[in-house]
Design a protein around this ligand. Structure first.
Ligand SMILES: Cc1ncc(C[n+]2csc(CCOP(=O)(O)OP(=O)(O)O)c2C)c(N)n1
Length: 564
């Protein structure tokens, strides 16, 4: 009996032990009444906790951490408003397949459904935006649920899992064993590819005259960059990527045509138009890439490798479907030797298009600072090695176009949901996960004002980052659409008044500088980048710039505006 009593622990302690078993390095969160017992257990300091200033910030920070490290992000928020504030981040993580476990506080089990103080139906609210969710009904269930949640979040197509915790569950005691055996017979993601299908793909490659590889985030989630490069190099296949696939192939790689789609390169979009075999590895044919599905790669046989069977054939008809992990599939592809048709002309065509129509901007301009130039120059300063976080808008697309990415997991951006306010917390999360790497954030003056309160945590956790605000005095991407498609009627997209961003930085005890001289901008950036602590660099950029080329929504990839 005495032995049994010694093993009794409250739910909060059990939870911490279960997280330690999962090797959780840090938790992002924000306390409140329903999670007080849990925060009391955190007080013992077994797992560091990062106190953000808003729950949305906690989830985006966990996303940044997960994207940069490949490990699952862990979040705790309280019930009701804590949980609803976390919703945007959870939806963002779902869109970009980010592994994450989010604990939401809940009212006492007895109060559920009775409109108790700070009650929200977290299960109902998060059902469509999570890979799975749980409401814990017995303390002894915690170890099993946590084991399952981490397994589900980090395997197959990764994604967020919510665990809703009624307060009494975290207080009641149980002698539950932390060591549990995973038992999920109905959840068995297919990891290994069907060998016959891979053979079919390689046979198609052998006879293709214009093969092309499309790289999506699935390659990064599977850590398959090395195998991907080996494949591309071996068969000399030109390749393009989606926004979230950037980094899998170094920008400077001869065969890399850049990002495709709405703001993609001429070479990438024309290659999609002309190819006769498209090998899509881990991209979901998102509408930013395939705006007009009927006209997308319409001359090509389509091979689609994806870990999620629901993606195959969802948007584009597929002749060679392969449901599997990208790394496992590429390994199998590399095992099969084929002799290919001579594709020299195809390669030459792509290389010449790349050379003739690179991403460009007016470099001769001397009266205004060009945002593209700022990003390009920071690319040089950081030798293409920095982790680059972005917010959402024009600056995000310019970062994708002009930063010379070299490595996997280097771009931290909100691709699927396109969430403004993502950048600041995600950059902080990436830095906390990768303290030895330089982290640069590009953010618009609009997005900055959505989550700038998270600057408060930069100094506390000693996580210096470089924050580059590209200030165009407007919601640039909205303004661009209004100028292009709404007769230049700039409805609510131009800021009449703005805060002093440099002073805001100083209020948060970090250095701030404002750059507005086109003649000295390179020298000024060089100086600012010498800062070892966090620094906010506000660059007053041209207020009229457009992101080009642009495939208007609904148009085919070859119908690009802004190419001469
Ligand atoms: C939360 C949220 N609200 C609205 C939008 C729509 N939206 C997309 S881009 C954009 C403008 C962004 O402006 P800014 O942050 O200044 O960046 P810029 O485009 O000027 O680089 C807006 C409002 C969004 N993506 N996310």
């Amino acid at each position: 009996m005495a032995e049994q009593q010694r093993k009794m622990k409250n739910g909060s302690k059990i939870l911490i032990e279960a997280l330690l078993k999962q090797k959780v390095e840090m938790i992002f969160g924000y306390p409140g009444g329903a999670v007080l017992p849990l925060y009391d257990a955190l007080y013992d300091g077994d797992i560091p906790h990062i106190l953000t200033r808003h729950e949305q910030g906690a989830v985006h920070a966990a996303e940044g951490y997960a994207k940069a490290t490949g490990k699952p992000g862990v979040v705790i928020v309280t019930s009701g408003p804590g949980a609803t504030n976390a919703i945007t981040g959870i939806a963002d993580a779902m869109s970009d397949s980010i592994p994450m476990v989010v604990f939401t506080g809940q009212v006492l089990t007895d109060g559920i459904g009775k409109d108790a103080f700070q009650e929200a139906d977290v299960i109902g609210l998060t059902m469509p935006i999570t890979k799975n969710n749980y409401q814990v009904r017995e303390t002894k269930e915690l170890p099993r649920i946590i084991e399952e949640a981490f397994h589900i979040a980090t395997t197959g197509r990764k994604g967020p899992v919510v665990i809703d915790l009624p307060k009494d569950i975290t207080i009641m005691e149980s002698d539950a064993e932390i060591e549990v055996k995973l038992n999920l017979p109905s959840y068995q993601p297919t990891v290994k590819p069907n060998k016959l299908q891979v053979k079919k793909l390689m046979e198609a490659l052998a006879t293709a005259k214009k093969p092309l590889v499309l790289v999506g985030a699935g390659v990064l989630h599977a850590d398959a960059g090395k195998e991907l490069l080996a494949f591309i190099n071996k068969y000399q296949v030109p390749a393009l990527s989606s926004l979230l696939g950037l980094g899998a192939i170094p920008t400077e790689h001869e065969l890399f045509l850049g990002m495709g789609g709405m703001h993609g390169s001429f070479a990438a979009n024309m290659a999609l138009t002309d190819c006769d075999l498209l090998i899509n590895i881990g991209s979901r044919f998102d509408d930013r890439l395939a705006s007009a599905p009927k006209e997308f790669a319409s001359n090509a046989m389509i091979a689609h490798v994806d870990i999620d069977p629901a993606e195959i054939g969802k948007i584009i008809e597929t002749q060679i479907p392969i449901v599997a992990d990208a790394k496992e599939t590429l390994k199998e592809m590399l095992k099969i030797e084929v002799t290919c048709t001579d594709t020299t002309d195809w390669k030459k065509l792509n290389l010449s298009r790349k050379k003739l129509h690179p991403f460009k901007y007016d470099k001769e301009q001397t009266t205004e600072i060009k945002p593209q130039k700022v990003i390009e120059f920071i690319g040089e300063l950081t030798k293409g090695e920095a982790i680059v976080a972005t917010d959402v808008g024009q600056h995000q697309m310019w970062a994708a176009q002009f930063y010379p990415f070299k490595n996997e997991k280097q771009l931290i951006t909100s691709g699927g949901l396109g969430t403004m306010g993502y950048g600041i917390p995600a950059a902080i999360g990436a830095k906390l996960g990768c303290p030895d790497k330089e982290v640069v954030l590009f953010v618009g003056d609009g997005g900055f004002q959505m989550t700038n309160q998270e600057l408060a945590i930069l100094n506390i956790y000693n996580s210096p980052i470089k924050i580059v605000i590209l200030n165009n005095r407007s919601l640039g991407m909205v303004r661009q659409w209004q100028e292009s498609f709404f007769n230049e009627r700039r409805s609510e997209s131009v800021f009449e008044s703005q805060p002093d961003f440099v002073k805001m930085a100083e209020a948060y005890h970090i250095k701030g500088v404002r750059l507005d001289n086109p003649a000295t901008v390179e020298a000024d950036l060089t100086e600012a980048f010498k800062e070892t602590g966090s620094i906010l660099i506000e660059v007053m950029v041209s207020p009229t710039e457009h992101v080009l080329p642009m495939v208007p929504a609904g148009k085919a990839n070859y119908q690009m505006l802004g190419v001469d």
